[in-house]
Ligand binder design. Structure first.
Ligand code: GDP
Ligand code: ZN
Length: 300
């Protein structure tokens, strides 16, 4: 039996496309990987490094029989069965949280959710806000808090070209996932970065519906970087984070220091470190309010 190592670059139905030595092989799952784990929809995903048995002829299918341990994973609850984990992308370095000015309008709550999803899977975070050509001069101010938290924030216009080289530098040499609602310009951004891909963009009004469960996720090579667009990912429930853990994913809360109460709700306990930090302005009121009002909403 010959065997090879490669990376899953595309996944649709039960076919996994694996790139190895510059060639792409269509593969199915074999061996132990085929055993169904009730907790996960598919045991390996795009971005996973796998061992496989290449097909014996060009039109045949290979068999994936093992996967390397991953350094990160971006997961959601399977839209078809919320009790199961759907690994969207494995081994991504960065989650690029994508939003736009004006059309659709900036949504800070969704930014927080995407950050949460990325952090919970051990990915680094950056924020790209597109359509800066449509923005009023003060429109970016509400994003300052993310810069203060240490996340890169880049304003771009995929239409006019602003900020694109900054994005290119951020992505260089890495695998990054573009995550955000449909219509913000993720596809347009990829086209800007690598025009010959010529991907099809949509009008903002042609949004995909909530009912869309099957998505083809693929890794695109944009020269010196790899990016994954995530069509159909605009609705997701975060996998593997309990409401009680949520506070640990808010950078601001972390900076407040450890609360001396074990089961503190951070809402009314006298002497609570988080409340003290809110009082001193170290935690933005919006964050705390979101936390207070919306803890389960974040996980949705
Ligand atoms: P996606 O769903 O996030 O991949 O968004 P698309 O790339 O398909 O873009 C959605 C719509 O926004 C298209 O009509 C694009 O032409 C438009 N669009 C993309 N980037 C920009 C931009 O920087 N400025 C403006 N004004 N429109 C943009
Ligand atoms: Zn507390």
């Amino acid at each position: 039996m010959s065997e090879a190592e490669g990376i899953i670059v595309k996944l649709y139905a039960n076919t996994y496309e694996v790139i190895s030595g510059g060639e792409i092989y269509k593969c199915k799952l074999g061996g132990r990987l085929k055993l169904l784990d009730a907790k996960v929809t598919k045991p390996v995903s795009v971005g996973d490094i796998v061992q496989f048995e290449p097909p014996s002829n060009k039109d045949g299918e290979g068999l994936i029989f093992a996967a390397k341990q991953r350094k990160s994973k971006l997961s959601r609850c399977d839209p078809a069965d919320a009790k199961r984990e759907q690994i969207v992308v494995a081994n991504a370095d960065f989650v690029i949280v994508c939003q736009s000015f004006d059309s659709p309008p900036l949504n800070l709550f969704e930014i927080d959710r995407c950050i949460l999803m990325g952090l919970s899977g051990e990915c680094k975070i950056a924020i790209v806000v597109n359509k800066v050509d449509l923005a009023s001069p003060a429109a970016g101010e509400s994003l300052e808090i993310y810069r203060q938290l240490g996340y890169p924030v880049i304003f771009t216009s995929a239409l006019k070209g602003d900020g694109i080289e900054e994005v290119r530098n951020l992505l260089a040499g890495r695998l990054s996932v573009l995550l955000g609602p449909s219509g913000v310009g993720k596809t347009s951004m990829i086209n800007r970065l690598r025009p010959d891909l010529n991907l099809k963009t949509k009008k903002v009004s042609e949004k995909t519906g909530r009912g869309k469960h099957t998505t083809t996720v693929s890794i695109l090579d944009i020269g010196d970087a790899m990016v994954v667009d995530t069509p159909g990912m605009e609705f997701f429930s975060i996998w593997g984070v309990d409401a009680s853990d949520l506070q640990f994913y808010f950078e601001e809360f972390k900076k407040a220091g450890e609360c001396r109460f074990n089961n503190c709700s951070h809402l009314e306990e006298p002497g609570c470190a988080v409340l003290e930090a809110v009082k001193q302005g170290k935690i933005g009121r919006r964050s705390h309010q979101d936390f207070a009002e919306g803890t389960p909403r974040h996980l949705r």
